[in-house]
Design a protein. Structure first.
Length: 202
């Protein structure tokens, strides 16, 4: 058989007598083995230099595909809920507008002082003084502190605080102190704060 004959021929070769410059006259079996070895070497080198690079590119592409799929799913979710987000934006704009309407403009501050004074008298308090303090400018709004000095009793103070809280404009109360006054009366000094929207020019 040719295969067995090739094996026998390889065994009979004296490799010491082979001259690489006369490779053309080498036995056919030896030339076949050399060709096979060259082909194997080419395949191995091709794997390391080409196939492995292709595998790395494929892996990178698979990772990128996963990231793009996640981005697509996220954007698809946003797109599916776009109408709901738009409705929420409309509701937020309306709420923001309603809150802005509760913030007094400069021209409305005297009216607010009158409202606070009326609440104090309606609660049975005696108004000693009410005065505006210097404005405090924040990033989005301007804070308008108002110093209030009244006399009365604890129940009157509670009624006053409740009345201020029910005003149509936003007014918060801070830093109060209560001391004894003349007779059975008490003196309360409290800081009220109201706010207005900060104009772009400020």
């Amino acid at each position: 058989m040719p295969f067995l004959e090739s094996i026998k021929e390889l065994k009979d070769i004296d490799f010491a007598e082979l001259d690489i410059q006369q490779m053309g006259i080498w036995p056919a079996a030896l030339k076949s083995v050399l060709v096979a070895l060259v082909l194997i070497a080419i395949l191995i080198l091709g794997y390391f230099f080409k196939v492995q690079d292709i595998r790395e590119q494929t892996q990178r592409a698979a990772n990128q595909e996963t990231q793009l799929l996640q981005q697509y799913q996220s954007k698809a979710f946003l797109a599916a809920n776009l109408d709901a987000y738009r409705q929420q934006m409309i509701e937020l704009d309306e709420t923001f507008g309603a809150l802005l309407e509760q913030l007094p403009k400069d021209t409305e501050v005297p009216g607010l002082l009158e409202d606070i004074t009326e609440v104090a008298y309606g609660s049975g308090l005696s108004m000693k003084a009410i005065s505006l303090e210097p404005e405090k400018v924040s990033e989005f709004y301007v804070e308008l502190p108002i110093r209030i000095d009244v006399t009365g009793d604890y129940h009157d103070f509670g009624s006053f605080v409740s009345g201020v809280a029910s005003l149509p404009r936003i007014v918060t109360l801070h830093d109060y102190s209560i001391k004894e006054s003349e007779g059975s009366q008490l003196n309360m000094v409290i800081e009220a704060k109201t706010y207005r929207y900060k104009a772009e020019a400020e």
